[in-house]
Design a protein around this ligand. Structure first.
Ligand SMILES: *[C@@H]1O[C@H](CO)[C@@H](O)[C@H](O)[C@H]1NC(C)=O
Ligand SMILES: *[C@@H]1O[C@H](CO)[C@@H](O)[C@H](O)[C@H]1NC(C)=O
Ligand SMILES: *[C@@H]1O[C@H](CO)[C@@H](O)[C@H](O)[C@H]1NC(C)=O
Ligand SMILES: *[C@@H]1O[C@H](CO)[C@@H](O)[C@H](O)[C@H]1NC(C)=O
Ligand SMILES: *[C@@H]1O[C@H](CO)[C@@H](O)[C@H](O)[C@H]1NC(C)=O
Length: 414
C-alpha cells in the first residue's frame, strides 16, 4: 500500500513519546542456564543467543537473550557479532537502538519468529535505530508469522487503519548491509528504510502470498544511496516502493512477482514531502504482477514536489497487467477532495529496452495531470505486447511530453 514515510515518521514519533513513559523493565523470566554476556563473547566479539538463555525450539520466548546480546554487542568497541545459530527462535519486538560503540553484525544462521501476540508490539517487530555500519547476513529467515494475524488488518476498509508491525525497520542508519537472508510472511511491510544513507540489500528473498494484505517487500523514504540487487520478491503489495525524500537508488537484478510491482510513490499524500530523484531500475524481471514499473502521485497532492531523473532499463515483463504506468490521478479509497489538483512534477523519465508481455491491452499508460504535464519522457525500444487475442496492444498518453525511439509503433503515443 506504500504508506507515505510521513505516516511512518509520525508513528515513529508517537512510539518514542509513548515509550518514554513506559520505562518499566521487561518481566523477569526463567532461563535454565544464565551465563553472563561476557562469557558468551568469544575472542572475535561474538554473542551467541543460544548461550544467553535463548532457545531454538520455536516456542520459548528468546527476546531477553537477544536484547542482552544486543546491549552487550552495541556497548563494545570494535567489530561485534550477534549469532543466531540454527534453530527457530521466537521473539517479541526487538528494539535495537544505537549509536553503538563499535560495528555490530548479526549472523542469522537460524530463524527468528515474530510473536503473534500483537499486544506486545508498540510499532514494529525488529527496529534498528541510529546504528551505523550494521550488517545482517546469513541464510536464516525473519519469519513475521503473518498468516496468524493478517485477519486483523482492516486497511482495505479503513484508510487510517491501525497498522500491523513491519518486520525489519531501519531508522536513521548509515551504511547498512542486509544480505543472504529471507524475509517471510511479514505482518505488514517486510522491510522499511527511513532516513538512512547508504543501504545495500543484496541476495535477499522476500516471500508472502500474493493475496496477503499490505505486505510490501522493501519500502524506503527520506533516504539516499540505496542499492537493492540480486533479490527476489514475491508479496501481496509493492515489491519495492520508493517514497518521498528518496534520492540515489539503484535496483538491479531483482525479480518481482506476485505483487504490485516496482513503484515510486505514493507521492503527495502528506505535507512537506521532499523530492525523489536519481532512481535507476535495471535488469529486472516482473512476473504476473499488477504493475510493472509505476510512478504514482495523489490527485490532490498536499505537497509540492518533483520526481525526476528516473531511469528504467532492460526490464522483462511477463504477463504484467500495467507494465508501464505513470498515474498522477492516484486516489485509493476515493479519499481525494480535489480533482486534477496535483502539485507533483514528474520529469526526465526514461524507459529503455522494456520487453515482454502485458495481460491487459494498455501496455503503456502515462496518465499525467493537465495542470503539470509530465515532461522529458523517453521511450527507447519499448516492446511490450498484449498477450490476449481479443484486442490489440495499445498505449495511452495524457499530458505527457517526450520522445520515442524504436520499439512497438502501437506504443508510440508520446
Ligand atoms: C528503544 O530503546 C531506546 C533506548 O534503549 C529507547 O530510548 C526507545 O524509547 C525504545 N523504543 C521503543 C520503540 O521501544
Ligand atoms: C560501510 O560498511 C562496510 C561493510 O560493513 C565497511 O566495510 C565500510 O568501511 C563502511 N563504511 C563506512 C564509511 O563506515
Ligand atoms: C548507482 O549507479 C550509478 C551508475 O552506475 C552510480 O553512478 C551510482 O553511484 C550508484 N548509486 C548507488 C547508490 O550505488
Ligand atoms: C534488453 O533487456 C533484456 C532483459 O530484459 C536483455 O536480455 C537484453 O540483452 C537487452 N537488450 C539490449 C539490446 O540491451
Ligand atoms: C480493447 O481494450 C480497450 C482498452 O482496455 C477497451 O477500451 C476496448 O473496449 C477493448 N476492445 C475490445 C474489442 O474488447
Amino acid at each position: 500500500m506504500a504508506l507515505s514515510s510521513n505516516a511512518l515518521r509520525i508513528l515513529f514519533l508517537v512510539v518514542l513519546v509513548c515509550t518514554a513513559h513506559a520505562g518499566k523493565p521487561a518481566p523477569k523470566e526463567k532461563s535454565e542456564k544464565k551465563e553472563g554476556a561476557a562469557e558468551a563473547s568469544g575472542p572475535g566479539g561474538s554473542f551467541d543467543i543460544s548461550k544467553l538463555g535463548g532457545s531454538g525450539d520455536g516456542k520459548t520466548d528468546s527476546t531477553k537473550a537477544f536484547m542482552e546480546a544486543w546491549t552487550s554487542a552495541c556497548g563494545k568497541e570494535g567489530a561485534q557479532k550477534i549469532l543466531i545459530p540454527k534453530g527457530d527462535y521466537l521473539v517479541g519486538p526487538l528494539n535495537l537502538s544505537g549509536p553503538c560503540k563499535g560495528d555490530v553484525s548479526i549472523q542469522l544462521d537460524g530463524n527468528l519468529l515474530g510473536t503473534t501476540d500483537l499486544a506486545q508490539y508498540k510499532a514494529n517487530w525488529i527496529e534498528i535505530i541510529k546504528v551505523d555500519n550494521l550488517v545482517i547476513s546469513g541464510a536464516g529467515k525473519l519469519d513475521g508469522q503473518g498468516p496468524k494475524v493478517w485477519e486483523n488488518n482492516k486497511c482495505n476498509k479503513k484508510y487510517d487503519c491501525k497498522i500491523l508491525p513491519n518486520s525489519l525497520v531501519l531508522d536513521f542508519c548509515n551504511n547498512a548491509t542486509v544480505t543472504g537472508i529471507t524475509l517471510l510472511n511479514a505482518k505488514f511491510f517486510h522491510m522499511n528504510i527511513f532516513q538512512c544513507k547508504g543501504v545495500t540489500v543484496k541476495d535477499v528473498t522476500v516471500t508472502a502470498p500474493g493475496d496477503s494484505p499490505n505486505t510490501d517487500g522493501i519500502h524506503m523514504g527520506d533516504s539516499s544511496d540505496v542499492t537493492i540487487t540480486g533479490t527476489t520478491i514475491g508479496v501481496g503489495d509493492d515489491c519495492i516502493s520508493i517514497g518521498p525524500g528518496t534520492t540515489g537508488v539503484n535496483v538491479t537484478d531483482v525479480t518481482c512477482g506476485p505483487g504490485h510491482g516496482i513503484s515510486i510513490g505514493s507521492l503527495g499524500r502528506y505535507k512537506d514531502e521532499k523530492d525523489v530523484t536519481d532512481i535507476n531500475v535495471k535488469d529486472c524481471t516482473l512476473k504476473k504482477t499488477t504493475n510493472g514499473v509505476r510512478i504514482k502521485s495523489y490527485e490532490d497532492a498536499a505537497s509540492v514536489l518533483t520526481a525526476s531523473k528516473i531511469h528504467y532499463e532492460n526490464i522483462q515483463m511477463d504477463d504484467v497487467a500495467n507494465p508501464i504506468i505513470i498515474d498522477m490521478n492516484y486516489c485509493p479509497n476515493k479519499i481525494c477532495t480535489a480533482k486534477g489538483a496535483s502539485k507533483v512534477t514528474v520529469k526526465d523519465v526514461t524507459f529503455k529496452n522494456i520487453t515482454g508481455t502485458s495481460s491487459t491491452p494498455e501496455a503503456v499508460s502515462l496518465l499525467c495531470s493537465e495542470k503539470i504535464p509530465c515532461t522529458g519522457v523517453t521511450m527507447d525500444s519499448v516492446k511490450v505486447e498484449y498477450k490476449g487475442t481479443n484486442n490489440k496492444t495499445m498505449a495511452v498518453c495524457n499530458n505527457a511530453k517526450g520522445s520515442v525511439t524504436g520499439g512497438l509503433k502501437e506504443l508510440a503515443c508520446l
